[in-house]
Design a protein. Structure first.
Length: 257
């Protein structure tokens, strides 16, 4: 047997020992978190213990910052938790509390985005009724005045309606019903102002369309706002004037065609 062949045989014989020695060097010499993560179980330590402790600390920090109303720092803690430990059991908490931190910081647009992402990622989670309610409130609180476009109010109505339809027995559905009624009153107030505007311009057909819509669609909101009598009076005038307008000869007839 040749000498080189004997050396090769000895090398392969000790190869498992070399590999084990290499692992020991990684764990004792380097002490990296990567080593602990992948090989922790081999040495009697959970591979995720360090990660979970770090994630848990960020979660605790964020919750304390929320209690202290330090929403900017809470956002940083939850964002770091979400980005650095996406597979931690605390990650889902971070996703939810990002919405809350934005919401209580009165950043309603980013709060709505965070809540919507949570609902998309966790549609069966038990907190979804709360999330849908918060989405509605984000749009509801983004309202400016009744004379402006009511898109935010309509988005709030959609969220509250979805909540009521999908989770009718939840406590948030009951809250959603109250907020939905407030949204309806906003729509009525807006359309009533528009109807009044057309009425004063003697554009009776346009006024009638607006006033009929709110009277037929949101009768309880009309009543609650005390608009019923004034709407009835304006609609009576509109009906008379629209009939007159229909009987009036067209411009082509008046000029001889």
């Amino acid at each position: 047997m040749s000498f080189p062949f004997i050396k090769l045989k000895i090398f392969f014989h000790h190869l498992p020992h070399f590999f084990l020695f290499f692992l020991l060097l990684l764990c004792t010499g380097c002490g990296t978190s990567l080593t602990n993560y992948y090989f922790g179980d081999l040495f009697g330590k959970s591979k995720s213990s360090t990660i979970e402790r770090s994630a848990e600390q960020l979660a605790l920090d964020g919750m304390q910052q929320m209690r202290d109303k330090d929403y900017d720092d809470a956002l940083k803690s939850f964002q770091q938790l979400k980005e650095h430990y996406p597979y931690s059991k605390y990650a889902i908490l971070a996703e939810l509390k990002l919405g809350d931190a934005h919401f209580y910081n009165k950043d309603y647009s980013n709060a709505a985005l965070a809540y919507e992402e949570f609902a998309r990622l966790h549609p069966r989670n038990e907190v979804i009724p709360y999330v849908l309610y918060q989405i509605g409130m984000c749009h509801f609180l983004s309202f400016s005045t009744v004379d402006r476009d009511q898109e935010e109010t309509r988005l709030a109505m959609e969220a509250f309606q979805k909540l009521i339809q999908t989770h009718p027995q939840s406590e948030y559905a009951q809250r959603g019903k109250k907020q939905l009624f407030e949204c309806q009153k906003r729509i009525v107030a807006h359309e009533f102002q528009v109807g009044q505007f057309y009425f004063r311009l003697e554009q009776y057909a346009s006024a009638k369309v607006r006033l009929d819509m709110i009277k037929d669609t949101y009768p309880e909101a009309v009543k609650d706002l005390g608009y019923q009598d004034e709407i009835d009076q304006m609609l009576a005038k509109c009906a008379t004037e629209v009939v007159k307008e229909k009987k009036k000869p067209s411009i082509w007839t008046r000029i001889g065609f």
